[in-house]
Design a protein around this ligand. Structure first.
Ligand code: ADP
Ligand code: ZN
Ligand code: ZN
Length: 829
């Protein structure tokens, strides 16, 4: 018989090693960091658990996620501190997806996993210390530790103590503090702090006390302004109130602290449910012949349980949503799960109401307008299996479903499906990856598919489905092009052609609704100098400040800078300043001049700071509380307003010259979609397209709603110029505090690239363009340059890019420069 102590299998087994994605690393030195797993954690640890690890020279605590577990030689490795979760928060499939994101989008491993979790679960670690009272072991401490303890004992504890320790650790590492903890002189606690989340739905209202007796509160001028505003409007989103009163959010915080007002969270979910009054049954959907054909093709594939991609090209009003409903019902009836992705948060209430009325509580919703708590609840409902239908915006593609049958991407050509912060993924690619894993169908749908998707459909990589008629054969709106040059020539200086003015009058008379679309570019009012011709710029960004009449302030839409209107030109000192550009605000003035009785709803960044008012406005418009809605692209897409019979498109010409290769596509899509909002009810829709370039083929193709014609023109240009989808385009974006710093950095990286490319000699040609200043050369105080690389997105090329990013960080010219790479990202920013 052997001594059981020595025969324990544990003795022979190699230690567990956890390869961990660690938070707060930079791409250039990121990797999976290996830690040994202490025995007390070995039973509970699993891949997908969050852990606390010691990191760097100071061994500061950081959050990580276990990506791989193996047995190995643990010598020289640090040991994990603790487990945050005792069951994985990320499934094996999603961990695989994190590796995919790391490989495809040049993000850190941690950014890859973090994006799978609702924001409330991205905790950060904070360590706090306490001195142990009556500690008696000083004699056994090293001299240095005893000195440190002496120093700590004279603080009055709490905050001062912790600040001192933090500073000590940064300067000297953890050796002494660890010694004190081990000896029992110090106690340490790891507090997991949840990151503070989405402010978008934080609301504010006056307190009852204030409403009853305002004189009992002594408020500052700014606080009083907010209180008066709330007195008039009732409630508002915090952001909105700050905006309207021209104050920072801190003023509102302090107002609440006086007890005069209170903050609360808008309950987006409950509000939506309240509206779901009628109950519809999936069995009641009767598809038209065309809809049925599209449905049947996808259904056949669903039954196969093999991955495939369909592109559903259906004209506006063809009833794509009905096809989705039927297919989603089929999918859940097969015991599988379905996901419906939509491009904009503003579309969720309408679509959610529709799906809740049919599928009830089985529908979960994920988008950034929900509070952190709501997002966490929905996440848990999905994880538990209580919800088998997920509706949401881009990030919902990571929903923790485990048996996906169908993923639908509606309005698939929208750029919002491409993430513009790390991880810089494209939703289509992630969805494909998940479909491959689950053997599921990906259904892309739009009236104006992206050139990329249609190209793939043409080449047979996607299966093309078409719906060419509107539901119930409602005719497409009748579109007229109005030449604004003629209007000007005949002395009409307003933004309304006579034709459009007549049509609006007619609609007002008939009690029908109208939509007016403006382009975002050039609709802002800016202040410009009559002597030096300079606009008044934001001090932090190379963007002119926008004048907002509602609050009489100049504002920067990029960094949030606010100032009072200026009276003197900052460039030359001249006092001859004038308002330039044409905003919705100015348009509104002209509208009220022409149509004094019309009820006008303005939808733009000014009025829609909060998601809350965004939804409310659309609902009010739909319910007939307004006659006319004016706004930018946000009103153009996806919404169904049965009483709209007139669509006016004003000033979108400039959008054609936005300076990137997608501007034609964007403009065509915008016009086609907004025109398609009209005539969905019983009466035929009309659309008026005002332009200074009436002969331009984009205007004519959009007026004819001829997507195929547009596609043919556009793909020919892309082919001739070699733009996506004929190649891939990787954007390298450089930023720094000084213009010269970022330029020298970008030039150094360019030299590095060229040298490496020579050695690499890739199979397909690579073209490097730049560096050039970005369209917005400075944002938030940071100067920006970019290099564009036309290439093929192959494993070899990605290896090359990853290598450049890593090596660039070591160049002395890059010392103060940040750099990221964005595969097929946007060029126009
Ligand atoms: P799309 O998204 O293709 O532009 P929608 O899905 O918004 O079109 O449909 C347009 C209108 O036609 C909606 O009001 C919708 O309710 C109606 N509709 C479409 N298909 C059907 C159907 N099979 N049964 C009943 N109504 C339908
Ligand atoms: Zn000037
Ligand atoms: Zn700015």
């Amino acid at each position: 018989m052997q001594d059981s102590e020595h025969s324990s299998p544990d003795q022979r087994v190699m230690p567990l090693i956890a390869e961990t994605a660690v938070s707060g690393t930079a791409y250039s030195f990121d990797m999976l960091f290996s830690y040994t797993v202490p025995e007390r954690l070995a039973a509970d640890i699993a891949c997908g658990c969050r852990v606390l690890v010691p990191f760097g020279r100071g061994n500061k605590r950081r959050i990580g996620v276990v990506m791989k577990l193996s047995e190995g030689d643990g010598r020289g490795l640090k040991s994990l501190v603790s487990l945050v979760d005792d069951t994985p928060v990320i499934s094996g499939e999603l961990l695989g997806l994190a590796f995919y994101l790391h490989d495809q989008t040049f993000c850190t491993y941690f950014d890859g996993v973090k994006t799978m979790l609702p924001p409330a679960m991205s905790v950060s670690a904070k360590e706090t210390f306490r001195l142990v009272k009556n500690f008696t072991g000083t004699a056994s401490l090293s001299r240095e530790a005893a000195e440190l303890l002496e120093l700590l004992s004279v603080t009055d504890g709490g905050k001062a103590l912790n600040e001192l320790i933090e500073k000590h650790i940064i300067d000297n590492g953890r050796r002494l503090t660890d010694e004190l903890c081990d000896a029992g002189a110090l106690d340490s606690d790891n507090v997991f702090r949840q990151t503070v989340g989405d402010a978008a739905v934080r609301m504010v209202r006056l307190s009852d006390e204030y409403t009853a007796s305002p004189e009992r509160f002594s408020l500052t001028v700014k606080q009083k302004a907010v209180a008066d505003f709330l007195g008039e409007y009732g409630t508002a989103a915090v952001k909105e109130a700050a905006y309207m009163c021209g104050v920072t959010e801190a003023v509102i915080k302090r107002l609440c602290a006086t007890g005069a007002a209170e903050e609360y969270e808008a309950e987006v979910l409950r509000r939506v449910e309240d509206h779901a009054d009628e109950v519809r049954r999936p069995g009641d959907i009767v598809l038209s012949e065309e809809q049925q054909r599209a449905h049947d093709a996808v259904y056949a594939q669903l039954s196969e349980k093999k991955p495939a991609v369909f592109l559903l090209h259906g004209v506006t009003g063809s009833g794509k949503t009905s096809v989705f409903e039927k297919l989603i019902d089929d999918t859940v009836n097969m015991g599988r799960q379905a996901m419906l992705l939509i491009p904009e948060i503003g579309l969720t209430p309408q679509i959610l109401k529709r799906f809740r009325s049919m599928f009830g509580e089985r529908v979960a919703v994920i988008h950034s307008g929900l509070s952190m708590g709501q997002r966490l609840d929905e996440y848990k409902r999905i994880k538990r299996g209580d919800a088998d239908i997920v509706i949401g915006t881009r990030s919902a593609v990571f929903a923790p479903l485990d048996n996906i049958g169908l993923i639908i991407i509606d309005e698939e050509g929208e750029r919002s499906y491409k993430s513009d912060s790390s991880p810089r993924y494209n939703t289509h690619d992630v969805a494909k990856q998940r479909c491959a894993c689950h053997g599921s169908v990906l259904l892309l749908a739009s009236a104006t598919p992206s050139i990329e998707s249609y190209y793939l459909a043409e080449r047979g990589a996607y299966r093309l489905l078409e719906m060419k008629e509107r539901y119930r054969n409602a005719p497409l709106p009748e579109v007229s092009i109005v030449d604004m040059n003629l209007e000007r020539g005949e002395g009409n200086r307003t933004e309304f052609s006579r034709r459009l003015a007549e049509e609006i009058s007619a609609n007002l008379k008939n009690g029908e609704q109208s939509i007016l679309l403006l382009n975002r570019r050039g609709y802002h009012t800016i202040i410009s100098c009559c002597d030096c011709y300079q606009p008044v710029y934001c001090p932090n960004c190379s963007v002119p400040l926008t004048y907002h009449k509602k609050n009489n302030r100049l504002m920067c839409h990029y960094c949030g800078y606010i100032s009072d209107p200026v009276t003197v030109c900052p460039s030359c000192g001249s006092e001859r300043l004038k308002n330039m550009g044409f905003g919705t605000q100015k348009l509104e003035e002209e509208l009220s001049m022409f149509f004094p009785t019309a009820r006008v709803l303005r939808m733009d960044a000014d009025t829609t700071f909060s998601r809350y008012s965004y939804e409310k406005n659309f609902t009010d418009f739909r319910d007939g509380k307004y006659d006319i809605m004016i706004g930018t692209q946000m009103i153009g897409k996806g919404l169904d307003f049965p009483n709209v019979t007139l669509v006016g498109v004003l000033s979108v010409d400039k959008a054609l010259y936005a300076g990137d290769f997608r501007s034609y596509e964007r403009t065509f899509s915008l016009i086609t979609q907004v025109v398609g909002r009209g005539g969905r009810g019983d009466s035929r829709g009309r659309a008026i397209l005002q332009t200074f370039i009436p002969e331009h083929y984009i205007m004519n193709l959009a007026a004819a709603q001829d997507y195929k014609g547009f596609y043919n023109e556009e793909i020919a240009i892309r082919r001739a110029m070699i733009f996506p989808p004929l190649c891939d385009m990787c954007i390298f974006c450089f930023t720094a505090d000084e213009d010269i710093t970022v330029r020298l950095g970008a030039e150094a990286v360019l030299r590095l690239m060229n040298a490496r490319l020579k050695a690499l000699q890739p199979k397909t040609p690579v073209r490097v363009l730049g560096p050039v200043r970005c369209s917005y050369g400075r944002i938030n105080g940071r100067y920006r340059y970019r290099i564009i690389m036309k290439c093929k997105n192959t494993a070899e090329m990605r290896g090359f890019i990853s290598g450049i990013l890593t090596e660039a960080a070591k160049l002395k010219e890059m010392k103060n420069v940040s750099l990221y790479a964005d595969m097929n990202g946007d060029v126009g920013v």
